[in-house]
Write a protein that binds this ligand. Structure first.
Ligand code: PMP
Length: 407
């Protein structure tokens, strides 16, 4: 049974508008996905009926808000098949989740001469926190090289592994290229050297079935806003024993068991890592996004998105001057490209004039762009509500722009 895309589009108010006098075609989903009405309504409902601080109130609203908040935690557990809800920590986003690990796990377990491995295709948020840590600790950052297609050179990764490796932090699916990395193999190999593994799931969680127990990763970081959910909210998954071994991140309310001026004892996980009043409304609304995905099912979503990507590749492959960037065999629905002789930003502007929203630039992956010897790309990224006819409009638009420059 395939998805009813018209019906799905009906759930997204934002899609039904014109920009520059043309119907909006939203292909900037890797930056952030649009939100279904259920998420928007859950936010309003929370503020209209349930608004209260959680975990400490002795009244009905506080009980209700706490229950809803914890129900989302359980829904996230189910979404990534974690063993227990206590392994799910709410953060501001992927960026904060990775920084949390750098500041806590990193500060305790990574020292002078230790090594951290990342890959060439990392987002800046999976580069900079480790550089900061390495600078502070005298640790060393190692980088897995990639081939022309944008795939990691696995044998080179194996050569980088040693008893000095304390952490491998790698993107599950690349935001700039779409490449899906062979993370299971990476995790098993890293574990054989006693290293822990963090997966940046910012781009994989919306497309791929995720089972953190099966993958056996130690951490996974992702953002709600790329999963049809609200902005300002993310998740850090960590294995219980690893999270328990780590010092807290921020100090304050909620994360303590007992405070005296002499000594403070810390709360249990996940609360140990959730200091202060959290982003209650967005956490509660996030459950509606997870329910949306669950109802459609990941395999159905992926099948639809794969067919869009295949169609886009087919329609663009013979366009003169069209240069695809990232041609890995295993990809999520990201089409990154350049047009010969044109700056990606100009291509983006010309597509925008046609009502087509894409992202242009380095996509927060400057070292990756350098590897390809380019300044940036034009990126069209597809979500479940996109259609074949939108892909045709994109291909027509790209062909027109390319003709203009590549006669
Ligand atoms: N990693 C990857 C692969 C991403 O695509 C992004 C968002 N573009 C991030 C990390 C950072 O996510 P956020 O800005 O939501 O913290």
């Amino acid at each position: 049974m395939s998805l009813n895309i018209d019906q799905i589009r009906g759930l997204f108010p934002v899609l039904h508008q014109e920009v520059h006098g043309k119907p909006l075609i939203y292909f900037d989903n890797a930056a952030t996905t649009q939100k279904p009405l259920a998420v928007i309504e859950a936010l309003t409902k929370y503020y209209e009926f349930d608004n209260s601080n959680i975990h400490r109130g002795a009244h009905a609203l506080a009980d209700r808000a706490t229950r809803y908040y914890e129900e989302t935690r359980e829904a996230v557990r189910e979404f990534i098949h974690a063993k227990e809800a206590a392994e799910i920590i709410f953060t501001k986003g992927t960026t904060e989740s990775i920084n949390l690990v750098a500041k806590t796990f990193g500060s305790k377990f990574i020292g002078k001469g230790d090594e951290i491995i990342i890959s060439t295709m990392e987002h800046h948020s999976n580069i900079v926190p480790w550089q900061m840590l390495c600078e502070e600790k005298g640790a060393i950052l190692r980088v897995i090289p990639i081939n022309e297609a944008g795939e990691i050179l696995y044998e080179e990764f194996e050569k980088l592994l040693s008893p000095k490796t304390k952490l491998v932090s790698i993107v599950h699916a690349s935001n700039a290229l779409g490449t899906i990395n062979p993370v299971k193999k990476v995790i098993d190999a890293a574990h054989s050297f006693g290293a822990k593994v963090l997966l940046d799931g910012a781009q994989s969680t919306s497309h791929l079935e995720i089972n953190v127990q099966d993958l056996n990763c130690d951490f996974m970081a992702f953002s709600a806003h790329k999963l049809y959910g609200p902005t300002g909210l993310g998740v850090l998954y960590g294995k219980r024993e690893v999270l328990e071994s780590m010092p807290p991140f921020l100090g304050g309310g909620e994360m303590i068991k007992e405070v005296t001026f002499e000594k403070t004892t810390y709360n249990e996980i996940p609360f140990k890592f959730e200091a202060g009043t959290p982003n209650i409304a967005d956490v509660i609304a996030f459950k509606a996004a997870l329910d949306f995905i669950k109802d459609l099912t990941k395999p159905e979503i992926k099948a639809h998105e794969d067919s869009l990507l295949a169609y886009a590749k087919e329609l663009t492959k013979d366009i003169k001057g069209f240069i695809p960037v990232g041609t890995a065999k295993e990809k999520v629905s990201v089409l990154s490209f350049n047009i010969n002789g044109m700056h990606p930003f100009d291509v983006g502007q010309m597509l925008d004039a046609k009502g087509i929203a894409v992202r242009t630039g380095h996509h927060c992956t400057q070292p990756l762009m350098k590897r390809f010897g380019i300044e940036g790309t034009v990126r069209a990224s597809f979500a479940v509500y996109n259609t074949k006819s939108e892909i045709e409009k994109l291909a027509e638009g790209v062909a027109q722009i390319a003709r203009f420059k590549n006669k």
